[in-house]
Design a protein around this ligand. Sequence first.
Ligand SMILES: Nc1nc2c(c(=O)[nH]1)N[C@H]1C(S)=C(S)[C@@H](COP(=O)(O)O)O[C@H]1N2
Ligand SMILES: [Mo]
Length: 327
Amino acid sequence: MALRIPRVIPSQITPPETYLNRRAFLAGAFGAGAAATLGSAAAAVIPAQAGAALGYRYDAAESVDALVHAPDQNEKPNTWEQITNYNNYYEFGVGKTDPAEYAGELQTRPWNVAVAGEAEVTGSFPLEAFMKPYALEERIYRFRCVEAWSMVIPWVGFPLAQMLKRFKPTSRAKYVAFETLYRPSQMPGQREPILQWPYREGLRIDEAMNPLAFMVVGLYGRVLPNQSGAPLRLIVPWKYGFKSIKAIVRIVFTETQPETTWSQAASGEYGFYANVNPDVPHPRWSQATERRIGNPFFHERQATLLFNGYANEVASLYKGMSLHRYF
Ligand SMILES: Nc1nc2c(c(=O)[nH]1)N[C@H]1C(S)=C(S)[C@@H](COP(=O)(O)O)O[C@H]1N2
Ligand SMILES: [Mo]
């Protein structure tokens, strides 16, 4: 049962110095060419041995390519502490520190992922088998919550497109829907009618096939902690954070646009598309700027970028659609 990510041992937390030196490391190891690509959304491939040099402890038996997808040379990743102590995960409560406090109760093994709907390959897969075909990559992405805070996060995972292709969606599969675990015994928020449980999200199939859409199993080179959506979550970096569903147990290919939890809760505020757009205000607040978590100047805000800065990669998905199509 070789998950190709490290077991979490607290003493093995990647020291931030190691992590923040990565760029220098890459420049040294691969020359100016590789370093130059870090400024754009282009990828630099790190051989498996590099993981060890970076303080990562990948399963030694496996060769792992990490792919760095850095948003901007000047943007420092948030720290492990910040990323894992300021969360939205209503299954554990609506407070930002509730997930860190309560998510430890959740048992993430055994874990099964069901695949259903308009696809040739369907069924229920134990997580280990589900993940086995994929080489893990690291992607450093901006993350922008609809509440107008943001972080920069080094995720570990594999492209959603690779996973979806394996199930051979039929020509009728126009959308893909995701569902979170429903287990009120371990998810105290689910004992309250905060949202319609289980949490559901979805993407149009071409959005899901975009190379930026990512299935996440790790963070900072370590196993994903529960509050961050273990053992398997989605990250869609050009959309507001609520699209990035956690603790996925079910994936369904559909012909029609699936219902999503937040649009059920408030359709006028949280739409299906939810692309980050500084020019389209939320009905109750502006989306023009954001507060980067960890910024010591608490009141300082930075400009929010169209598609969260990933317009080059994703704008073509929305050709012919109004960019004001927030809902
Ligand atoms: N199952 C589930 N997934 C979820 C949520 C949730 O409450 N439940 N919150 C969403 C919201 S609003 C955000 S901003 C991100 C937060 O991810 P993070 O806690 O890893 O930063 O998770 C998203 N995925
Ligand atoms: Mo969010």
